[in-house]
Design a protein around this ligand. Structure first.
Ligand code: VGL
Ligand code: ZN
Length: 197
């Protein structure tokens, strides 16, 4: 049972968006073309309240991409405000084929906690239900594509592995915010038992 997870293909991550990933739009034709190869296609959607803790607008005097040290050794990158619930920036673009997407799992809804993975928030306090959904559907192989490679794609793929799925990141179907960072994360993913293709 082969599943495709399309991560955060949303206007704000595309050129012109609030947190544009370089070349992010280039993956859309590829993702449209492969959806038919899967038994099941699901998507994730970054879906933040307008006062989300990760937003630069709530931290006057700080700069975008500054890293905050939180309690318990956790860190938080400050992002441009993005993917606000109900905004145009949070929408999936019209250029993404959506007929085959069976379900969309929203994340980042708790204003206090960021959520890169499509399965759990960054403190692993809450699950989106994606893991249970995939297990109930009988998923075995999970392929992950979308944006951004070094954040939500990577953490979603790592959690898919941990949930026991055979997991691949589709390199043609993803783009990174920081390519160097993604090189390091690819190594981490391979060491954890993931595959790249
Ligand atoms: C993402 C940063 C903040 C992503 C989401 O989708 O990769 N990155 N929120
Ligand atoms: Zn976000």
């Amino acid at each position: 049972m082969k599943v495709l997870i399309i991560v955060d293909i949303q206007n704000d991550f595309l050129p012109g968006g609030a947190l544009a990933v370089p070349g992010g739009d280039q993956v859309i034709p590829y993702i449209n073309g492969i959806q038919g190869d899967y038994d099941l296609v699901v998507a994730t959607q970054d879906w933040h309240p307008s006062d989300h803790f990760s937003f630069i607008s709530g931290h006057p005097g700080r700069e975008v991409f500054d890293v905050l040290n939180l309690e318990g050794g956790q860190t938080q990158i400050l992002w441009p405000d993005h993917c606000v619930q109900g905004s145009l920036g949070a929408q999936l673009p019209g250029s993404l084929a959506q007929e085959a997407i069976h379900a969309i799992f929203r994340k980042g809804v708790n204003k206090e906690i960021d959520s890169y993975s499509g399965f759990f928030d960054n403190r692993r306090q809450a699950s989106t239900g994606l893991g249970g959904y995939l297990t109930e559907k009988g998923a075995t192989q999970v392929d992950v594509c979308g944006l951004a490679a070094d954040y939500c794609v990577f953490f979603t793929a790592m959690d898919a592995l941990e949930q026991g799925f055979k997991t691949r990141i589709l390199l043609e179907g993803t783009r990174a915010i920081d390519d160097q960072d993604f090189v390091q994360k690819q190594k981490q993913f391979l060491s954890a038992g993931g595959a790249l293709s």
